[in-house]
Design a protein around this ligand. Sequence first.
Ligand code: C2E
Ligand code: MG
Ligand code: MG
Length: 276
Amino acid sequence: RAHLALNTVKGRYTSRYAFYDEKMRAALVEEQMILREMETALEENQFCIHLQPVYNVQENCIVGSEALVRWNHPEFGMVSPASFISLFEENGLIQLVDDYVWRKAAAQVKKWQDEFGVTIPVSVNVSRIDIQDETIVENIISIVEEAGIERKDLHLEITESAYASDTQQLIDKVTEFREKGFVIEMDDFGAGYSSLNMLTSLPIDILKVDMRFIRGVSEDEKNLRMMELIMDIAEFLKVPVVAEGVEDEDQYQILKKLGCEMIQGYYFSKPVQAAE
Ligand code: C2E
Ligand code: MG
Ligand code: MG
């Protein structure tokens, strides 16, 4: 227990002591529970994907959707990815989850093609840990081939924060993916890690603006101006923008007027099951 307390001040040279708190143990116990149950969860198919539609607001139609993982735990019900993604990134288990999600997403694109004769691309999240895997490009290529879909129809979302951890590796992988025909979306743009330098060195196809910027557009002039600047950046890069987390009519109207092409958020739809 002393060790748990110590860990909270380790490396912080201005704090010379720390107190143990029962919450520290509780958090650890919960983490261990999640890690212990993870493998059974995969075996027993407790993971599934929900899809959140992406709308083109200039043309009024659905142009894609994002696959978001859900853990349907037999005891705790739906566990949100917010509480397990970073944990799985710490121990590498994220690769198993993501591989599963990518396969499900690719299969879904194929299913819609077979059932309705339309192609609606699905975007999947790619963790910075996945990028460190030397075989990631081959692996994703074999996933789309096995599913029988085209590479351009499985969009890859790379979170902006990945750029901070291993810049050159990320640039190399993203470049390779694009050469092979995949579409790259920069996720959570503006969330806090971005250096503007990244925008000119990392080749991307779509810019997904973090919901924190969307929140503010209808609130005050400063936030609105900020969003305008982001739209200018996108124009300079010649890439379309997806505004994430659009929740109300005001935000929708403002973004449409600013020339934002695509919108993803509760205003149109929450993440839902494919059939919905
Ligand atoms: P993200 O990739 O930026 O996904 C968007 C998140 O915003 C989703 O949360 C979505 O449900 C939520 N959202 C969408 N519209 C609105 C809105 O109008 N209002 C609000 N308040 N929220 C909205 P979710 O599903 O909880 O996922 C959270 C994050 O977990 C994702 O952020 C992504 O970074 C990560 N994640 C989710 N699924 C996966 C996955 O399969 N693999 C990996 N590596 N990460 C994933
Ligand atoms: Mg995403
Ligand atoms: Mg995002």
